[in-house]
Design a protein around this ligand. Structure first.
Ligand code: FES
Ligand SMILES: [Fe+2]
Length: 402
C-alpha cells in the first residue's frame, strides 16, 4: 500500500498515546479559551528585558492572557508590573506603548499613581468626602507578581503561583554566566504576526528534527561534530535545555567564523538553547542572544516577539557585528526565522482546514538533539495543566485506542 484513503488518513495513529497529538489542540476555540485561564493566567511569563526600561520612571505596556499590563521602573529603581487599568472607572492608565513619567496619570479624570502603584492624586477629592473608601490610600493599582532574573522580567497574574525560582528550577543555569556576568541590552525587537497557533511556534524551538529544513542549520549545525550526541535535559515543569554545541559557521559560504566578541562563558561559536514552558525560548549563538516569546491572540493568530541582545558596553563597531550575526539568522530577512515562520504557516494551513488531523512526535534518539522526548514531556505537562490529553483532547477515544 502506498497512499491512504480518507478513512485510513483519519484513523488514530498506531503509536503510543504520547507519541502524537491531535490537530484540535491547535485549532479549537474552546481549547484556546481554556489555555488562557488554565495556563497563561497561572504561569510565569517572560514579558521584557530590563534594558527596555533603563531609567527611573520608564514604563512600557505589555499584554498577557488577554490583559493589558504596565511595566514601570519606580524612583527606587525597581521594576514592577500592574494591570493597565485605572482604579477609578477602569480606563487604561497608559495608552502609549512606552515612555517616562514620575507619575502615571490617567488621561480620563487625571488620577495619578507612583512607581509602587500607590494612588498619589484624586482630582478634586472633596467630591468623595461622603465615601470613606474612595481615598488615595485605598485606590492603588492592582500589582502583578514580577521578578527579574538575568535581566529578564517575568510576571505571573496568579498571586498564589509557586515562586519563580521553584517554577524554573535549574533551567536557567545554562544562561547564568552568559547573561549574568555583564549587563546586556536589547538591540533589536520585532514582532511577527502569524496565522498559526502559539504552540506551533514553540515547537520550532523544541522539535529540532526540523533543523534539516533550515538551509543554514543543516550546513553549520547538523553537520558539526557532536551534533547528535549532546543530550536534552528536561525539567518536570516542561522546561528543557540542550547541551552546548560548537557550530561550524565557516561551512556556510560568506558567513565566516564567529570566534570573536564571545559572550561570557562561551567557547567560540557555541550554541545553547533553553526552552521555558509554555512559550519562551532563549537561544545563544556565541556573540549574540535571542529571546523569543509569543502573545497568543486566537487559536490561529499569534504574535511572535523576538529580541536580540548584546553587551551594554559594546563599542559601536562591536554592536554592528553582533547585530549582523543576529540578523543573519533571526532578523526579519534572516535565514532561520523567516523559514520557521513559513514552516509554521504551512502546518497551520493544513491543521486549520482540517486536512491534517495528527502530528507525530515519535522519534527516539537516546535523548539526543533530534529526540522527540522534549515534545512528549512538553505535551505531558500541557495535559496536566489543561486536564486534557494532547492526543485526544475531547476524550473521544475508547480506552482500547488511547
Ligand atoms: S478612569 Fe482613570 S481617572 Fe477616571
Ligand atoms: Fe527552526
Amino acid at each position: 500500500m502506498t497512499s491512504r484513503t480518507k478513512q485510513q488518513w483519519d484513523e488514530r495513529p498506531d503509536l503510543p498515546s504520547d507519541h502524537f497529538v491531535s490537530a484540535d489542540i491547535y485549532t479549537k476555540q474552546d481549547i484556546f479559551d481554556e489555555e488562557v485561564t488554565k495556563l497563561f493566567a497561572k504561569q510565569w511569563k517572560f514579558v521584557a528585558h530590563e534594558s527596555e526600561l533603563p531609567n527611573k520612571g520608564d514604563f512600557r505596556t505589555a499584554e498577557h492572557a488577554g490583559k493589558p499590563l504596565i511595566l514601570y521602573r519606580g524612583q527606587d529603581d525597581v521594576v514592577r508590573c500592574f494591570y493597565n487599568a485605572c482604579s477609578h472607572r477602569g480606563s487604561l492608565v497608559v495608552t502609549e506603548p512606552r515612555g517616562n513619567a514620575k507619575y502615571l496619570t490617567c488621561f480620563f479624570h487625571l488620577w495619578s499613581f507612583d512607581g509602587k502603584g500607590a494612588c498619589t492624586n484624586i482630582t478634586k477629592p472633596d467630591g468623595y468626602d461622603a465615601c470613606a473608601t474612595v481615598t488615595k490610600d485605598k485606590m492603588g493599582l492592582r500589582e502583578v507578581k514580577c521578578v527579574v532574573r538575568l535581566g529578564m522580567i517575568f510576571i505571573t497574574l496568579d498571586d498564589q503561583a509557586e515562586e519563580f525560582d521553584d517554577y524554573v528550577g535549574d533551567s536557567l543555569n545554562q544562561l547564568e554566566e552568559v547573561m549574568g556576568t555583564k549587563p546586556m541590552e536589547v538591540f533589536h525587537l520585532h514582532r511577527v504576526n502569524m496565522n498559526a497557533n502559539w504552540k506551533q511556534w514553540q515547537e520550532t524551538n523544541m522539535e529540532l528534527y526540523h533543523e534539516w529544513g533550515h538551509v543554514v542549520n543543516r550546513t553549520t549545525s547538523v553537520a558539526a561534530s557532536g551534533y547528535h550526541e549532546r543530550k536534552w535535559s528536561i525539567h518536570p515543569n516542561g522546561h528543557g535545555w540542550l547541551e552546548p554545541l560548537k557550530v561550524d559557521y565557516g561551512n556556510y559560504e560568506g558567513w565566516g567564523d564567529r570566534d570573536n566578541l564571545l559572550l561570557p562563558g562561551l567557547m567560540p561559536a557555541e550554541f545553547r538553547v533553553v526552552d521555558l514552558f509554555p512559550n519562551t525560548t532563549v537561544i545563544v549563538r556565541g556573540t549574540t542572544v535571542r529571546i523569543d516569546t509569543t502573545i497568543p491572540i486566537a487559536p490561529g493568530v499569534t504574535i511572535l516577539e523576538q529580541r536580540g541582545l548584546g553587551l551594554k558596553e559594546d563599542s559601536a563597531e562591536d554592536r554592528r557585528t553582533r547585530q549582523k550575526h543576529h540578523n543573519q539568522f533571526w532578523g526579519p530577512l534572516g535565514r532561520n526565522l523567516s523559514e520557521d515562520v513559513i514552516f509554521v504557516d504551512a502546518v497551520a494551513k493544513a491543521n486549520f482546514s482540517n486536512t491534517a488531523k495528527w502530528g507525530i512526535f515519535a522519534r527516539h534518539e537516546n535523548m539526543g538533539a533530534q529526540d522527540d522526548e522534549i515534545m512528549r514531556a512538553y505535551y505531558s505537562v500541557w495535559g496536566k495543566w489543561m486536564e486534557r490529553r494532547a492526543n485526544d483532547p475531547y476524550g473521544n477515544m475508547t480506552a482500547a485506542t488511547e
